[in-house]
Ligand binder design. Structure first.
Ligand SMILES: CC(C)(COP(=O)(O)OP(=O)(O)OC[C@H]1O[C@@H](n2cnc3c(N)ncnc32)[C@H](O)[C@@H]1OP(=O)(O)O)[C@@H](O)C(=O)NCCC(=O)NCCS
Length: 179
């Protein structure tokens, strides 16, 4: 995992710490919140132990985003799937949604992913009815791609991809962040 933090306009993306995962567990109000984020197989109610298992803690690159005042604002994970850098379990603190933090998170995760993995494309899965998430990813250059044959939930999810280097749009390396 990339050890160095990434910075942008006072915001900082760091490798997630165990204390962040404890805080993250408090961001869910119920099963529906967990499902839209972690998928239908994510256990709820969760325990500290089941939560860590279900996010593959210690086995998947996990990142926390901190605002300029040092508050934990968002979380996301990265792994390589089918030769693409897959963004997973993205979430913004419930009190801070709809303010551009999701786009900032995606931009910084793409930078972290491009530095860590040698792939030409990013990917992610999203529930079709998660309009805010779909809009966030669309704004960051993701488009609907063919759904992988080996993955479940093709009827309710989209598979989105975008090139790592995408000239003329927000890229993973420079000027990628929302205002
Ligand atoms: C999905 C999530 C990470 C996005 O982060 P965010 O900070 O809320 O998103 P942003 O403010 O950066 O961008 C949201 C985009 O959706 C738009 N939007 C906001 N509310 C919306 C709504 N109710 N319906 C449709 N679009 C909406 C915004 O205008 C913005 O688009 P724009 O750039 O064209 O203006 C966040 O909402 C979240 O944590 N949701 C719960 C967990 C989740 O669903 N994770 C995704 C799993 S795939």
């Amino acid at each position: 995992m990339t050890a160095a933090a990434l910075h942008s306009e006072g915001w900082e993306l760091k490798v997630a710490a165990p204390v962040d995962v404890d805080a993250l567990m408090l961001w869910f109000q119920g099963k529906a919140d967990v499902e839209i984020w972690g998928g239908p197989t994510f256990r709820y109610p969760f325990t500290r132990r089941s939560f860590r298992k279900d996010i593959y803690w210690g086995r998947m690159a996990s990142y926390s985003l901190f605002d300029p005042d040092g508050r934990f604002a968002a979380f996301g994970q990265l792994y390589v799937r089918s030769a693409r850098i897959n963004l997973a379990r993205l979430i913004v603190h419930p009190d801070l949604r709809g303010r551009g933090i999701g786009k900032r998170l995606v931009a910084l995760l793409m930078r972290a992913g491009a530095a860590r993995f040698s792939c030409d494309e990013f990917s992610l899965f999203v529930f079709r009815d998660n309009r805010r998430a779909c809009r966030c990813y669309e704004a960051m250059g993701f488009v609907v791609d063919d759904y992988p044959d080996d993955m479940p939930h093709a009827d309710v999810c989209y598979y989105l991809t975008r090139p790592v280097h995408q000239p003329g749009t927000r890229t993973c390396t420079a000027a990628a962040l929302p205002d």
